[in-house]
Design a protein around this ligand. Structure first.
Ligand code: TUI
Length: 310
């Protein structure tokens, strides 16, 4: 059914990659997803190199299967994290929120597979020319920092433009989404929001409850004005943001309001004043399960759906 490109490239059983979620996807979730046969991802987010190193060490203690680190390139600690992944012999790096060009040669010299997240055909083709190993194509249905295009429109255009493997992200939480993006030419999927409610996900319980309660129209994008649009669940903070944007607040003012707010939601469970980053597919996420159940359900349901039409 599948060409196994991603499975072979990353040495994993299922072409299902857990989205790197800053302040959320740590060694607990990453090791559980990797143990289940997917690709677990530790999100470096805005954390210093040594904190990321501790998570890598813990992950290695919990699984001997491949895992990745997501390097958020807007982070002030990106240079440190880039070194740590080499020193700790992490096999795969996924990058977000920028171009990994600066680190690519060093990572490749150390046998690290490099997979940037891209929100457009232009960036995808640039990344292929640089020599990356695959790309994650992320539609604006996704949670967190996003681009402008939907998965449905962006994915087939990137598939046509590239020769390297393509992983789809944004709006995928079950086997139907998996099957749909395979139909559009993806070799694998990256799933974030559904893993937020995994038993092994250490995000605050209040955050999980908000995801489980969310309906289709419950997310909103803030920060378009600052050039860093972010999708999150609608709450008091999001409404304050929108109000400030409408009133023509300065970029500095808006950015100041955003600082530390994901941590506030993920760690302190502040569902009113924190940023509850989540994708549009949150409305489909209705039950807590183990990472293994989530990975196997997405894959098996995906196969069933594809068989029906093949
Ligand atoms: O990175 C993400 N999602 C994220 S990062 C994050 S932490 C954060 N919090 C507040 C503000 C900013 C970040 C939460 N969610 N997804 C991957 C992604 N990458 N989406 C879009 C992009 C992207 C954007 C521009 C990738 C490359 C790019 O390149 C610009 C350039 O030309 O360098």
């Amino acid at each position: 059914m599948f060409d196994k490109t991603i499975e072979k490239l990353l040495n994993i059983k299922y072409p299902i990659i857990q989205g790197g979620m800053a302040w959320i996807s740590d060694s607990s979730l990453a090791s559980a997803v990797s143990e289940a046969g997917g690709l677990g991802v530790i999100a470096a987010g805005g954390a210093p190199g040594e904190i990321v190193r501790q998570e890598i060490i813990k992950t290695k203690q919990m699984t001997d299967k491949p895992f990745a680190v997501n390097v958020m390139l807007l982070s002030e600690f990106a240079d440190e994290v880039a070194k740590v992944v080499i020193e700790e012999k992490v096999p795969i790096v996924i990058t977000g929120a920028g171009s990994p060009e600066k680190y690519l040669e060093a990572w490749h010299q150390n046998n690290i597979k490099v997979i940037p997240v891209v929100p457009s055909v232009l960036l995808a083709t640039r990344m292929e020319k640089l020599g990356v190993d695959a790309v994650v194509v992320e539609g604006m249905e996704a949670g967190g920092h996003i681009g402008e295009l939907t998965t449905m429109a962006l994915l087939p255009q990137v598939v046509d433009a590239l020769k390297i493997p393509v992983i789809a992200a944004g709006g995928i939480a079950d086997g139907r989404g998996f099957a749909a993006v395979v139909m559009l030419g993806a070799n694998g999927v990256q799933v974030g929001t559904r893993f937020l409610v995994a038993n092994e996900c250490t995000v605050h319980e209040n955050y999980k409850e908000q995801i489980l309660k969310a309906r289709d129209t419950d997310t909103i994008v803030t920060g378009r004005v600052t050039g860093h649009p972010v999708r999150a669940l609608k709450n008091k903070l999001a409404r304050e943001f929108i109000k400030l944007e409408k009133n023509g607040a300065s970029i500095a003012e808006l950015e100041a309001l955003g600082v530390g707010k994901l941590q506030k939601a993920a760690k302190d469970g502040d569902v009113a004043g924190g940023a509850l980053m989540a994708g549009q597919i949150a409305g489909l996420v209705c039950k807590k399960q183990s990472a293994k159940e989530i990975v196997e359900e997405i894959y098996n349901q995906g196969l069933e759906v594809l068989k029906k039409y093949c």
